[in-house]
Design a binder for this molecule. Structure first.
Ligand code: CA
Length: 366
């Protein structure tokens, strides 16, 4: 190419590039202008402010939504009691007092019994199966249907992973050992304990240690090794039982007021949803890593006595759990619908697990 031609070529290409650039800019401008609106939201939570993993999960979700949206959605997070009481979260978001909430759906059993199935069910799903049911097995659609009546859009936004069976000051060798047992075990697990002849005692998180140490309660469940060790429960009880049959993988929720959600542009809806996926993965992974390290410390440093519930006890608890779940389903049509979907998915995924993970689980410890 001669110099002149080359100069001409560069000039033309340069102009072309400038023209393309200008074209991009002019077509991008109206789109940007349309979405320039900034949304300032409040998120209320059921967790103590910035509490490890749970409150932190809410903080991070807000942070990610702001980051991913380039600051178009800004969310101020409020811990339990800062704006509304922990159990006021559902109503505050439902009524539009605030735009967003973070908690666990089993807290809302009194509003919507079906909500319990999306958090934790005794002898129900672990985190992996819960995700599979919600994201890809029709569960999320049912959750949306159940919450639409309350003007709410739900998301799964975290998971505690498998919890522990709890701390006991006496051994559990048979179902008869639950007779008269005073245990802090809320929700569906508490209903099962009551059927077994025990007393489900309501104790706030901050009072569990003292109540257990003083014998006001005989046993308590809390979360898993990481959270339980922080509460010092190993200093107040003799035995640490597994598995956490009542919470095999408790799903946490985020929810947005449905009117607010419906007016959100499609790209921001996608961003909020993507942030909840990230939050779900962040929390489950964090719980697994922290529980694994904390269990090591409980065993090596604090010399705790780990015990497994004997199989006849687990069988007995499972039978009573099914009764509790059937009673809920019989009392409420939405719960029936959700429980039927849950059961069908569970049956199939158990078949699959039996030949996929189970043989490996048995082998890997050889
Ligand atoms: Ca628990």
């Amino acid at each position: 190419m001669e110099n002149n031609n080359r100069r001409q070529f560069i000039k033309t290409v340069g102009m072309g590039a400038a023209a393309i650039g200008a074209g991009l800019a002019s077509s991008a401008v109206p789109a940007m202008a349309k979405d320039e609106k900034t949304y300032n939201w409040k998120m209320v939570t059921t967790w103590p402010p910035h509490s490890p993993m749970l409150g932190e999960g809410a903080d991070k979700l807000a942070e990610w939504i702001e980051q991913m949206s380039g600051g178009r959605i800004k969310i101020q997070v409020y811990g339990a009691g800062e704006l509304v009481p922990p159990l006021g979260v559902f109503d505050a978001v439902s009524q539009g007092t605030v735009e967003m909430g973070h908690g666990a759906s089993y807290y809302w059993a009194g509003k919507s019994p079906a909500a319990q199935f999306f958090a934790a069910v005794p002898f129900g799903f672990n985190a992996q199966s819960l995700n599979a049911w919600l994201y890809a097995g029709g569960g999320m659609e049912l959750w949306e249907e159940a919450y639409a009546k309350f003007n709410l859009k739900p998301f799964i936004a975290g998971n505690t992973g498998t919890q522990m069976g709890g701390w006991f000051n006496k051994e559990i060798n048979s179902m008869a050992d639950f007779n008269g047992l005073k245990m802090r075990i809320p929700g569906l697990g508490g209903k099962v304990l009551a059927k077994a002849g025990g007393n489900s005692v309501l104790v706030a998180g901050g009072e569990i240690y003292t109540n257990l140490e003083r014998g006001v309660i005989d046993a308590t469940e809390w979360v898993g090794p990481f959270h339980d060790m922080m509460l010092g429960l190993h200093k107040a009880a003799k035995y640490y039982y597994y598995p956490g049959w009542h919470e095999l993988g408790t799903g946490l929720e985020a929810m947005v007021n449905l009117n607010v959600w419906n007016t959100l542009p499609a790209d921001l809806k996608a961003i909020v949803e993507a942030a909840t996926y990230k939050s779900n993965m962040w929390m489950l992974s964090g719980f697994e890593a922290k529980n694994n390290a904390a269990l090591r410390e409980l065993i090596d440093k604090h010399k705790i006595q780990l015990k497994q519930f004997p199989e006849p006890v687990l069988k007995g608890l499972k039978k009573l759990s099914t009764e509790v779940l059937e009673e809920i389903a019989a009392s409420d049509p939405m719960s029936r619908k959700v429980y039927d979907s849950f059961l069908a998915f569970q049956k199939n995924i158990y078949e699959w697990n039996k030949i996929s993970e189970e043989p490996y689980q048995k082998l890997k410890y050889l």
